[in-house]
Design a protein around this ligand. Structure first.
Ligand code: THU
Length: 130
């Protein structure tokens, strides 16, 4: 519930003049603290950042590097899944079993895990030549 509240609240601040699609994300870290982020678009479209990236940046800036649970919310007909880049970003800080809840502002939710979102994830193991 804390994650949902934080994600809903931060979503209101999304800067989305181009897509008009507000997204909010919230993460729970080992300290129990919740970190939130919203999407921030840019007139140079590829420079825009996703809500998940904002939440991860807030967590790391606060000195934490582990995600225990994630929540993403948007105003859509169906729960919105994190984009490919955000799946990789989440996987950097979350174990495979970590729950990711995707929600709509109307209250529909869908649950998955980081491993389900990014099967076969690239990791440091893949840089090992031995
Ligand atoms: N977006 C997110 O912030 N997170 C997601 O998981 C999916 C997409 C944003 C990026 C862009 O600002 C808008 O939604 C439309 O793609």
């Amino acid at each position: 519930m804390e994650l949902e509240t934080a994600a809903r609240a931060v979503r209101e601040n999304a800067y989305v003049p181009y897509s008009r699609f507000k997204v909010g994300a919230a993460l729970r870290a080992p300290s129990g603290r919740i970190y939130a982020g919203c999407n921030v678009e840019n007139v140079a479209y590829p420079e825009g950042t996703c809500a998940e990236a904002g939440a991860i940046a807030a967590m790391v800036a606060a000195g934490e590097t582990e995600i225990l649970e994630a929540y993403v919310i948007a105003d859509a007909a169906h729960p919105v899944p994190p984009c490919g880049g955000c799946r990789q970003k989440l996987a950097e800080f979350a174990r495979g079993h970590v729950r990711v809840t995707m929600a709509t502002t109307d209250g529909a939710t869908l649950q998955t895990t980081v491993a389900e979102l990014l099967p076969g994830a690239f990791s440091t193991d893949h840089m090992d030549r031995s």
